[in-house]
Design a protein around this ligand. Structure first.
Ligand code: SAM
Length: 305
C-alpha cells in the first residue's frame, strides 16, 4: 500500500477505504441486476440494506452501473455540502446516517410501526442530503421535501434527488402539498435556525399535515451551543442568548439577511425541552435522542395531540 505524503491525501485515502468496505462489489452487482427488473425491484432491494451501506453506496456510483446511475441520486460537490451543512464527505455522511437510523428507530418506538413505504416529508430539505438516504426506507413515491430557498430546490434537482420537492414559505400557513398527510415529518438543522415566529408557523403548518398516528422529528440546539458559537465566530460573549435560554428556554441570534414580513426569520437558535413541553401544546414530547457524531443537534420526537 502506498502511503500518501500529504495529511489531506492520507485522510482522503482512509475515507475511500472505509466507504469501499461497506460498498462491496457483490452488493453493486445485486442492485444493478435488481434494477434490470425495474425501479420497484431496485427499491425493494435497497430497503433490505443497512442504512450506512446505502449511504456509502450513494457517495459515488461507478460508471459501470448505468441503471443505478439512472435511478439513484448523484453526490453533491464538497462545496455544496459545506455551504448547506458546514461539513462534507464521510464526516457528514456519519451524521446523516446516524440521524436516519435514529428517526427509523424512533418511529418504531413511538408509533409501534416500521418506517417502511410511508409518506414522509423532509421539512427544510436543503440540497437533499437526508432525502438521499431516506429514499431506501420509504421509496421515491412516498418521499417529499420542501424548502423556502429556491437554491435548495435547484440543488436537489441538479443531483436527481428522487422525491416530490416543492418550494415552501419562510412563514408558512400550510405546506405546498395540498391534501397530503404525512406519517413522518422530520426537520434536521432547521429549528436550530428559526426565529420564534418562524418556528411557530412551521410547527402549525406541519401539524395540519401530520397523520393523527404520525410523528414529527426535529433537531434543536442545547443552551451550551452558545459557548461554541462564541468560540467559532470569535465573538466576545453571548450573554443575551445565554440569558434568554436560561430564563425562557428559547434564544435566537438573527443572521444578517433580508427580513420576511418585517422580521429576520433565520439565524441561530437554541430551544430547551421545557420550552417545548410548555409552548408546543399541539405536540407531545415523546422522547429525545443524541448522537456523539453531532453533539449540538438534539433530536426531539413529537407526537401530534
Ligand atoms: C442548515 S440547512 C439544513 C438543510 C437540511 N435539512 C440538511 O440537514 O442537510 C437549513 C435549511 O433550512 C432552510 N430554511 C430556511 N428558512 C426556513 C424556514 N422558515 N422554514 C423551513 N426551512 C427553512 C434553508 O433554506 C436550508 O435549506
Amino acid at each position: 500500500m502506498i502511503i500518501p505524503d500529504r495529511y489531506e491525501d492520507w485522510l482522503a485515502q482512509r475515507e475511500r477505504q472505509r466507504l469501499q468496505l461497506l460498498a462491496e462489489h457483490e452488493i453493486w452487482e445485486q442492485l444493478e441486476s435488481a434494477a434490470q427488473s425495474g425501479e420497484p425491484a431496485l427499491f425493494a432491494a435497497l430497503r433490505d440494506l443497512p442504512v450506512d451501506t446505502v449511504g456509502a453506496l450513494l457517495m459515488d456510483i461507478p460508471a459501470r452501473y448505468p441503471l443505478l446511475r439512472r435511478y439513484l441520486p448523484s453526490m453533491a460537490s464538497n462545496e455544496v455540502q459545506e455551504f448547506w451543512t458546514g461539513s462534507h464527505g464521510l464526516d457528514l455522511l456519519l451524521q446523516t446516517c446516524g440521524f436516519v437510523r435514529s428517526v427509523r428507530d424512533g418511529f418504531l418506538q413511538y408509533t409501534g410501526r416500521r418506517l417502511s413505504n410511508l409518506p414522509t416529508l423532509d421539512y427544510g430539505c436543503g440540497w437533499g442530503r437526508i432525502l438521499r438516504v431516506m429514499l431506501s426506507l420509504v421509496g421515491p413515491e412516498n418521499l417529499f421535501g420542501c424548502d423556502p430557498w429556491h437554491k435548495s430546490l435547484e440543488a436537489c434537482d441538479g443531483h436527481h434527488i428522487r422525491a416530490n420537492i416543492a418550494l415552501s414559505d419562510y412563514l408558512p400557513t400550510s405546506l405546498p402539498f395540498p391534501g397530503q398527510q404525512f406519517s413522518l415529518i422530520y426537520a434536521f438543522s432547521v429549528f436550530t435556525h428559526l426565529s420564534e415566529r418562524a418556528a411557530d408557523a412551521a410547527l402549525a403548518a406541519c401539524r395540519r399535515h401530520v397523520a393523527p398516528d404520525g410523528l414529527m422529528v426535529v433537531t434543536v440546539r442545547p443552551g451550551a451551543y452558545w459557548d461554541k458559537h462564541a468560540a467559532v465566530f470569535g465573538l466576545p460573549d453571548m450573554e443575551q442568548q445565554k440569558h434568554d435560554h436560561a430564563t425562557r428556554g428559547f434564544a435566537f441570534l438573527p443572521h444578517d439577511r433580508e427580513a420576511v414580513d418585517g422580521e429576520i426569520t433565520y439565524g441561530d437558535t437554541s430551544i430547551s425541552p421545557d420550552y417545548i413541553r410548555e409552548r408546543w401544546t399541539d405536540w407531545e414530547l415523546a422522547g429525545i435522542d443524541r448522537l456523539l457524531q453531532d453533539p449540538t443537534q438534539t433530536i426531539v420526537f413529537l407526537k401530534p395531540r
